[in-house]
Each structure stands twice: as C-alpha cells, then as structure tokens.
Design a protein around this ligand. Structure first.
Ligand SMILES: NC(=O)c1ccc[n+]([C@@H]2O[C@H](COP(=O)([O-])OP(=O)(O)OC[C@H]3O[C@@H](n4cnc5c(N)ncnc54)[C@H](OP(=O)(O)O)[C@@H]3O)[C@@H](O)[C@H]2O)c1
Length: 159
C-alpha cells in the first residue's frame, strides 16, 4: 500500500516540526511548509529522510492569500514528482504566530496579518486543498486552549 501523505503547515520549528517528525515516525510521508526558515525546514526534511520516509519542504506565507493558488500548484507538482500522486491524505493547519501586541500599538496591517494567517488563510487553503485530498483523508486545525477559556467566559456572561 502507498504510504499516506500529510501536509503540515508551519513545520520549520515548534509544534509543527514535532508533528511532522512524529507523523514520519508513524510511517507517513510529509510535505511540510515554512515561511522564513528554509534552512530549519530542510533540517526537518533530512531528519524525516533518515527515518526512511519521504519529505519535501515548500514555502508559503499564509498572510498572502493571493499566493495560495500558486502554493496549491506547488503541492500538486511536489506530489507528482516525489510520489507520482495527484492527492495527499491529511492537511494539518498549524502555521501561526504567537505575537501579542498591546491594543494601543496594533496597526491595521498587523490586525489584517493576524486574521489572514489564523483565519482567512486557513479557510482558503483548506477550501483550495480539498480537491487534492484523498477520500477518507482528514483536515486538522491547530488552535489554542485559550479559545475554550473564552467560550466559557461568554457562557458565564450569558447566564
Ligand atoms: N506553542 C503554544 O503554546 C501555542 C499555544 C496556543 C496555540 N498555538 C498555535 O499552535 C501553532 C504552532 O505554534 P508554535 O508555538 O509551534 O509556533 P512557532 O514555534 O512560532 O512556529 C510557527 C510556525 O509557523 C510558521 N509561520 C509563521 N508565520 C507564518 C506565515 N505568515 N505563513 C506561513 N507560515 C508561518 C513558521 O515558519 P517560519 O519559522 O519558517 O517563519 C513556523 O514554522 C500556531 O498556530 C499557534 O498559534 C501554540
């Protein structure tokens, strides 16, 4: 059976890197993405290849929604040249930034960036990737425990 292929965004470091390595340990091949840290992303690829799994690193800036069509094209090319495949199996939407900026210092650009990376980009990457995800594949969205806390606060206020 052909190995399953997972695409992990933001896997040059942090949680994404950890997920990419652990998926490879479990026998999956990995397409991982980076934004600025190409060298670190290539190191993750090397670690996965040492585990006798296939991996490639692609660049994407999730804040740049207009680049997502070309990114999907890069995924399709990588699938064809590395796996002779048209589709992959799992999309893990992980890329993100943890920057917190005091409200008095937030610019409109920083605000748009945050929403594009964590919301609009994730939505449209998933939307555009669905046609190249195999049946019985999956999409995972990495969020934050803080969202549960906010939800509980809203419930408390509404009581
Ligand atoms: N760590 C936590 O405690 C925590 C808590 C709650 C939620 N989260 C969420 O979990 C996810 C991973 O967190 P992390 O702590 O592992 O983050 P991290 O170590 O800061 O790594 C972030 C990853 O996302 C990539 N990235 C950043 N901006 C990007 C952009 N504009 N476009 C595409 N990729 C971009 C980075 O790529 P480059 O390095 O190549 O630039 C890097 O690979 C994030 O979505 C974060 O919001 C984390």
């Amino acid at each position: 059976m052909a190995p399953k292929i997972a695409l992990v965004t933001g896997a040059s470091r942090g949680l994404g890197k950890d997920m990419a390595l652990n998926l490879a340990k479990k026998g999956l091949d990995v397409i991982l993405t980076y934004n600025t840290n190409k060298i670190e992303a290539e190191k993750v690829v090397s670690e996965i290849v040492q585990m006798k799994r296939k991996a490639v690193a692609l660049q994407v800036d999730m804040a740049n929604i207009k680049s997502l069509d070309s990114f999907i094209g890069q995924i399709a090319s990588a699938l064809k040249s590395n796996w002779n495949a048209d589709k992959f199996d799992f999309l893990i939407n992980n890329a993100g930034t943890g920057a917190t900026i005091p409200i008095s210092q937030v610019t409109e650009e920083a605000f748009d960036n945050l929403l594009n990376i964590h919301y609009k980009g994730v939505y449209f990457l998933t939307h555009k990737a669905i046609p190249i995800i195999n049946d019985h594949g999956g999409v995972i969205f990495i969020s934050s425990g803080t969202t549960v806390f906010v939800f509980l606060v809203i419930l408390f206020i509404l009581q």
